[in-house]
Design a protein around this ligand. Structure first.
Ligand code: DCP
Ligand code: MG
Length: 416
């Protein structure tokens, strides 16, 4: 006799949202394990890096000693208990948690761990939508075994795959994450937050009433501060109250498309697919020099480096099948001050010589009063050769320059 088809109970789509826990802070704790459990805030400058004492222990900066206009990128859960959150000014944070440890932001490390956790997930479930440095959507619908019940638990297969993903992320990074699994992206984004940190929350349509409707409207990704304020003015605080409202009334209050979306979202409906491929916004090449270079004395070397970067970029464009209209340069000076300039052309370019010409023209708008430590070339406003809309000739238009300081341009040398 055939076994009853318990997979029928599962929705057609099983979508996960995975979000790393206190991401930047957790990466820092890998480096400084002695800070585990302490209030730590990330957002300082390089001078806030810990100093090594003679006895080998580290001396950390404290929030109370901070002056400046920096903001917290994130904080550990211990710091959140004291009222310090992402985007809070560090001096305000210092009033709430003066003894909290302050650490500088190190994007290179966070990017490194971001790549590691995404690669770990991809080995188990390759249909991934990248949503930024610490979050992804994963379409689990076709992952082998996911629809197999375990004992009497129809969601046993889902739970097993979710645990495997969490373990794999932990093995690859030593970091924990939280996962929400539901029939769609909208619900999964909410679900991943419900049991943070190290959470695993699986919701089906039957859970919407009990788990989603009591939540504040802001928990829905797409209801921002303005919409929430307007809803509050109408007496609506929870998702359930939106769900109880007449769709026609929502449309009258919020317009046809947003009103209709509010109704759908409050009932947990969302058909958006997991989008695995996105077109790049720009392509760039950059290089940090082995020693800082002088714009005049090292001109020949800088010129060689710029030419090589343009050739490499042209190679990237050819391989990937792109051309672009906006060419930009990036310069980092000793002391870490970074300057960018760009130039938007009327017709797209892809050849090394064209990139070089545009990059040189950008360079003329930079003042060189310090040595250089990094040079980069970037191309944006990308299109595929042959695209009808690629060129946008504007009659009489001059190239648009962005990133320039206002007012008269400083006199500069014509450099490499
Ligand atoms: N981030 C930032 N500025 C913000 C918010 C976030 O620079 N205003 C950075 C720091 C975070 C990372 O992005 O570590 C991920 O953002 P999350 O909102 O996912 O926050 P966390 O991962 O830090 O904490 P949680 O455990 O709540 O996800
Ligand atoms: Mg996170």
């Amino acid at each position: 006799m055939a076994a009853p088809d318990s997979s029928a109970a599962l929705p057609e789509r099983l979508i996960a949202h995975l979000d790393m826990d206190a991401f930047y802070a957790s990466v820092e704790l890998l480096r400084y394990p002695e800070l585990k459990g302490l209030p730590v805030v990330i957002g300082g400058r390089r001078e806030h890096a810990p100093r090594l004492r003679e006895d080998g222990t580290r001396e950390f900066s404290r929030l109370r000693d901070y002056t400046g206009r920096g903001v917290a990128t994130t904080s550990t859960y211990a710091a959140r208990d004291l009222g310090v959150f992402s985007a809070m000014g560090l001096m305000k944070a210092a009033l709430r948690a003066p003894d909290a440890i302050l650490l500088p932001t190190d994007f290179d490390s966070y990017r490194h761990y971001s790549r590691l956790f995404k690669a770990a997930v991809a080995e188990i479930a390759p249909v991934i939508e990248d949503r930024g440095i610490d979050e992804i959507y994963i379409d689990l619908s076709a992952v082998p075994g996911i629809r197999e019940p375990v004992g009497f638990d129809p969601l046993g297969g889902v739970r097993a795959v979710a645990r495997e993903i969490k373990n794999s992320v932990l093995r690859a990074t030593n970091l924990s994450c939280s996962i929400g699994i539901t029939p769609n992206k909208l619900l999964s984004k909410i679900a991943s937050e419900l049991d943070k940190p190290d959470g695993l929350t699986i919701l089906t349509a039957a859970d919407i009433q009990t788990r989603i409707w009591p939540l504040a409207v802001r928990k829905i990704n797409g209801i921002g501060p303005k919409a929430a304020a307007r809803l509050a003015a109408l007496g609506i605080e929870t998702v359930g109250q939106i769900a109880a409202a007449e769709p026609q009334w929502l449309i009258e209050q919020f317009g046809k498309s947003y009103g209709a979306w509010l109704h759908e979202a409050s009932h947990g409906r969302d058909n958006r697919p997991v989008v695995t491929h996105s077109e790049p916004v720009s392509i760039s090449r950059e290089t940090t020099f082995e020693r800082d270079l002088h714009a005049v004395h090292d001109r020949a070397e800088l010129s060689r480096i710029l030419t090589r970067l343009c050739e490499q970029l042209a190679g990237d464009l050819l391989r990937k099948g792109y051309q672009g209209r906006t060419v930009g340069i990036k310069l980092r000076f000793e002391g870490f001050h970074t300057v960018t300039r760009d130039l938007t052309l009327d017709t797209p370019v892809a050849q090394a010589a064209e990139l070089l010409r545009a990059a040189r023209s950008c360079l003329k708008r930079v003042q060189f009063d310090k040595r250089l430590r990094l040079l980069g070339v970037r191309i944006g406003s990308l299109s595929h050769p042959g695209d009808a809309s690629a060129a946008r000739p504007r009659r009489g238009a001059r190239p648009v320059a962005a990133g320039e300081p206002p007012g008269p341009q400083p006199e500069t040398l014509s450099l490499f």
